[in-house]
Each structure stands twice: as structure tokens, then as C-alpha cells.
Design a protein around this ligand. Sequence first.
Ligand SMILES: *[C@@H]1O[C@H](CO)[C@@H](O)[C@H](O)[C@H]1NC(C)=O
Ligand SMILES: [Ca+2]
Length: 198
Amino acid sequence: MTPLCKNVFIGIGALLVTGLVVGSVTWAILASRTPTIEAPEIIPLDWWQHAVIYQIYPRSFQDSDGDGIGDLKGITNRMEHFVETGIDAIWMSPIFESPMIDFGYDISNFYEIHHEYGTMEDFEELVAKAHELGIKVLLDYVPNHASTESLYFQRSEAREPGYEDFFVWADPRPDPQNSSNRLVPSNWVKDLYIPTVL
Ligand SMILES: *[C@@H]1O[C@H](CO)[C@@H](O)[C@H](O)[C@H]1NC(C)=O
Ligand SMILES: [Ca+2]
């Protein structure tokens, strides 16, 4: 071996040893440090926090008896459709009895199914089929107001004992133009497409 070759080998050997020492020291320093990024905490989620929910407007979804108005049987008949599309839950706009001045949001009886949509049996069948197929059912319940045809409203308006404070009541204002007339008690303006209900 020529002296040049020998020097090159010694040089390479020295580099390798240096590399090993530097590498080991670096590893030792890094390994002794606590990681600055914490592992993400796994938070268990409730079903509704990750479910895909399909909103149904019952009146226009599916008519099962040919009267031109969607109904609960129509929804039940289409339940497989939700499974195929990967839906976890259906949410129906109000299906309770209503004079339909506000298309179901004016509930007159919170205990009955609106007659054009079907019966309580139809509703029970809908829920049973949904659950059978693993679909949850959400109802659009409207507790903050009611139809003027609701017994709650009528009894409260008549101040029947026990119902007086079911609604917020305020006396009307005198009409400065006409002493026998009364005006609405607030300056709240209505912003709805429907005619004044009261
Ligand atoms: C005054 O108000 C009463 C009660 O609303 C109504 O019957 C009557 O026609 C009104 N009179 C006039 C002049 O507008
Ligand atoms: Ca129908």
C-alpha cells in the first residue's frame, strides 16, 4: 500500500469515528429532551356531533296516497334511500296538527300527527322502520309559540286558571285617532310572508 492510500484510509477511518461520535451525542441529546408537541387528546364524540342528518320537508317529500300532499307513509316507503346515501339520521320539519297558516310551524295540537301527513300508527311505523335500518329520527318540535287554534293559546287567552302564563300577554294601547279602538301593545314589526295571524 502506498503512503497516499494509507493516509486516505486513515482519513476515512477518522471521519467514520467522528461521525459515529457526533451522531451518538446528537441522539443522546434529542432522546433526553421531552417532546414539545403533545399527542392529540382523543375526545369521545356523541353521535350527533359526527352524524350526517337529512332534513325532510314532509309536505313535499313523497305523496303515498295521490292527494298531492307528501305524507309519513311516503317517507317510510323511501327509508332505504337514506341507507343507500349514507344518512345517519332524518330530521322532519313539524308533523304535528296545524292549520298550516305557517306550514306546520303553527302547531294547534302537540299530541297529534297532522291529518294530511297520516296517523300516529303511520308515525310509529316510520320510526320502527328507521330504527330497523339504523336511522335515527329527529322531530322539529316548536315549543316557543303555537297556533291561535291551540287549546293552550285559547285557555291562556281566556285566562283559565293554570294557563294564564303559558303566553306573554300585554294590554293594548289606546288609538289616538279612535277612542273605541285599541292598537297592538308593542312596536314589533312582522317580517313574514303570511298575513297577520292575530
Ligand atoms: C273605531 O274603532 C272601532 C273598533 O275597532 C271600529 O269599529 C270603528 O269603525 C272605528 N271608527 C272609525 C271612525 O274608524
Ligand atoms: Ca298524501
